[in-house]
Design a protein around this ligand. Structure first.
Ligand code: FE2
Ligand code: FE2
Length: 149
């Protein structure tokens, strides 16, 4: 069963009640740098969802979303460099997916100040689904033969 299938069918343990998603080693693409960056992306998304950091202190959602954009920007560039070095035949389509996610993150960052808490929660949950369930567990996993180092 695919990772996405395992996740959807409950074979992957549910996240702690406070988190949207819990990092699982099954998500590894076999590249320590990229795995750490994926972990960071998941951690920031969980922070945004909770509205507070792991130390329990309240977060400024806009500042945290800016942090996510920074982490994602560096990660997309690093991942594309590895795909290019390993001559991944799907580099162009993978890059396009990154560009779409980046533009959605930018749109969300611009819209966030005007959102009430419920709208923000829904928008963040949707962003998390797109990045983790829609990209990391699909495109990154599909291309992991070209990401492994
Ligand atoms: Fe990635
Ligand atoms: Fe990717």
């Amino acid at each position: 069963m695919t990772l996405l299938g395992r996740l959807l069918h409950g074979a992957v343990p549910p996240p702690p009640p406070d988190d949207l998603i819990h990092w699982d080693e099954a998500y590894s693409v076999g590249n320590a740098l990229l795995d750490n960056e994926h972990r960071d992306i998941v951690a920031v998304l969980n922070d945004l969802y909770r509205g507070r950091g792991t130390d329990g202190r309240p977060l400024d959602p806009e500042h945290t979303l800016a942090r996510l954009r920074d982490v994602a920007e560096v990660h997309f560039a690093n991942e594309e460099a590895v795909l290019a070095r390993h001559r991944c035949p799907r580099l162009d389509s993978h890059q396009s997916e990154h560009r779409v996610l980046w533009s959605e993150l930018s749109t969300l960052a611009a819209a966030m100040p005007a959102m009430d808490a419920d709208t923000r929660e829904r928008a963040l949950a949707s962003m998390l689904r797109k990045i983790v369930l829609g990209h990391i567990l699909v495109a990154d996993m599909r291309d992991q033969d070209y990401l492994r180092e």
